[in-house]
Write a protein that binds this ligand. Structure first.
Ligand code: FAD
Length: 378
């Protein structure tokens, strides 16, 4: 058993950490304030091979492993979880194309995604179907040489500035999950309406929108995979991206833990640093252990994926544990900062708001319990 990174993974970690501090950190404050993502970061990330890390070099990817992808999301989220959510949206949106698309689709879409020249969003959730993702109401009806899309996609990350959106739509609602197909749609297609940015509790620099399709005509080439077998493909993409999401949540928790450690050693009350009170020392011990367990679960799931072994259960375990732990860790980090923890001057209030999304998106904690229970055959 070896818990260490390989030499290649260590070099990768070092380079993304330096990039995140130099190129990403200076952008965060303004992006949060203006609630606008600096899209110019996409081509910069692409030039370094940081978009779609695991994609084949043939398509402009870095050809690296899933552990590197987890390292990337961990390190970016240590600076800003909202940035990590935004940038990893590019990968999730193109995973179905990478895995199930035909060669023409891969040649067309993947290089523009990996270079960051075009931006992709992912639309599965609907106003009446989130966790129950097989119960979508968006339809895709055959029409001549293409399809007509009608329906609404909710909470679309990257929606406001995306060039393409990958969606699920039903070609036969009577068949429920078996009638679902995947489409990649140009956002300028007539009939596709962006309803404007949604106001959120946190993740201010990650832009989220609602997208409506009204008699939106698309060519048949937009269909990714078979017209009725898209659901398993979507689930497979989500298993993969769940590892990335768990990694970014663990990164946010790590940043909050580090801030709490630093502050607790410096802040003096009743004549001693507050970390010297047993209640706070124990809190910090538990926070540190939780970060460590989150990392072990994340990197184990990523490693299993790299070994081409089943990892869906471990991905759910990593996402479930890391997100519940991050909610606790960021809460306690604010508490340890006292009144300053409630002020914008310290980043812990942002970590707290951003981490709260962890137990909700990419499958809620309740859904992760259900998935794990299914694997346990209970
Ligand atoms: C900021 C943000 C960004 C997002 N980005 C995207 C995106 O880019 N693309 C996208 O497609 N989606 C996105 N989502 C949607 C997200 O994945 C969903 O919100 C999430 O899956 C939950 O769906 P829902 O909101 O419809 O809640 P619901 O499914 O209505 O759930 C409500 C509550 O009921 C519980 N519940 C539901 N079913 C069960 C069950 N079987 N057992 C026990 N409890 C259950 C849930 O756990 C939850 O607590 C985003 C959401 C947010 C907030």
């Amino acid at each position: 058993m070896d818990f260490g990174f390989t030499e290649e993974q260590r070099i990768f970690q070092d380079s993304i950490r330096k990039f995140a501090v130099k190129e990403i950190a200076p952008l965060v404050e303004k992006a949060e304030e203006t609630k606008t993502f600096p899209v110019g970061l996409y081509p910069k990330m692409g030039a370094q091979g940081y978009l779609s890390v695991t994609y084949d070099e043939k398509y402009g990817g870095a050809g690296a492993d899933k552990v590197c992808d987890a390292i990337l999301n961990f390190e970016i989220a240590r600076i800003s979880m909202a940035f990590s959510t935004t940038l990893s949206g590019q990968t999730l949106s193109t995973l179905p194309i990478k895995t199930f698309g035909n060669e023409q689709q891969k040649d067309k879409y993947l290089p523009m995604a990996t270079s960051g020249n075009k931006i992709f969003a992912f639309g599965m959730t609907e106003p009446n179907a989130g966790s129950d993702s097989a119960n979508i109401e968006t339809t895709a009806k055959r029409n001549g040489d293409g399809y007509i899309i009608n329906g609404t996609k909710m909470f679309v990350t990257n929606g406001p500035f995306a060039d393409y959106i990958t969606i699920s739509a039903s070609t036969d609602r009577n068949k429920k999950a078996r009638g679902i197909a995947i489409f990649v749609i140009d956002k300028n297609t007539p009939g596709l309406k962006d309803m404007g940015k949604l106001e959120k509790m946190g993740h201010h620099s990650a832009e989220t929108t609602e997208i409506v399709f009204e008699d939106c005509h698309i060519p048949k080439e937009c269909l990714v995979g078979p017209p009725e077998g898209g659901f398993p493909a979507l689930m497979e993409s989500l298993y993969d991206s769940r590892v990335s999401v768990a990694a970014m949540i663990a990164g946010t928790a790590d940043a909050a833990f580090e801030s709490a450690m630093t502050y607790s050693k410096e802040r003096v009350a009743f004549g001693r640093p507050i970390c010297k009170f047993q209640v706070n020392r124990f809190k910090l011990v538990e926070m540190g252990m939780m970060v460590e367990i989150s990392k072990i679960l994340v990197y184990k799931a990523a490693w299993l994926s790299d070994q081409k072994r089943p990892f869906a259960k471990e991905a759910s375990m990593a996402k479930l544990f890391a997100s519940e732990a991050a909610s606790h860790i960021t809460y306690e980090a604010v508490q340890l900062h006292g009144g300053y923890g409630y002020m914008k001057e310290y980043p812990v209030e942002r970590y707290f708001r951003d981490a709260r999304l962890g137990t909700i998106f990419e499958g809620t904690s309740e859904i992760q319990h259900e998935i794990i229970a299914r694997f346990m055959d209970i």
